[in-house]
Design a protein around this ligand. Sequence first.
Ligand SMILES: [Zn+2]
Length: 198
Amino acid sequence: MTGRKKVLFDTESDPDRVPILSTAPLELKLAESLPDVCSEHGLPSIESRPFVVNSMGQPGSEIPTMRVFLGSIRLPWKPQENYGVQARLRFECPACEYCLAEVRRFQRIALLMLSAVVVTIGALVAAVLFGVEQLYVPLGFAAVPGCFPIALAVGVVAWMRSDYFADVWLTDSTEQLIVSAHPDFVTAVDRLRAESRD
Ligand SMILES: [Zn+2]
């Protein structure tokens, strides 16, 4: 995508969410309000969706894909890398019509995959109950690897993807949120900031 700019927003600790445990991540909120424009498409927002960004000591704004998902699975015999979350920022992310259409599209895929799993397992159980032996083998293959893990993994990734619609991440110090945004979003932010200065 060309013409995208990075905009910085200051964060501050959220007084409503003071962590009780000292090991709990620091809860942050934005010190400045976002414009009513979506950062991905630069279009007027029609809804705000809750968005959570974790600081993980690594760039954390990758679009959930199968590769990222598989990479995030920790094998039990592998030493655990410490990507402990130190800070967590919650904010309301402006979403436009296109953003919401994307959300619904990926939710549909996730639901479709889940129902495929349910239907296959149901058919397998029925085949066993009614002793339809010709169906054991095809249904067995539909279940493994059809449902487990393929359909399930696709469903999980689609569900995670449905929650992703802004390219944002926290700076190392977690004092600022970086938004990789559409130029129209940048213009709207500049306008808001100019107004608040007056
Ligand atoms: Zn949008």
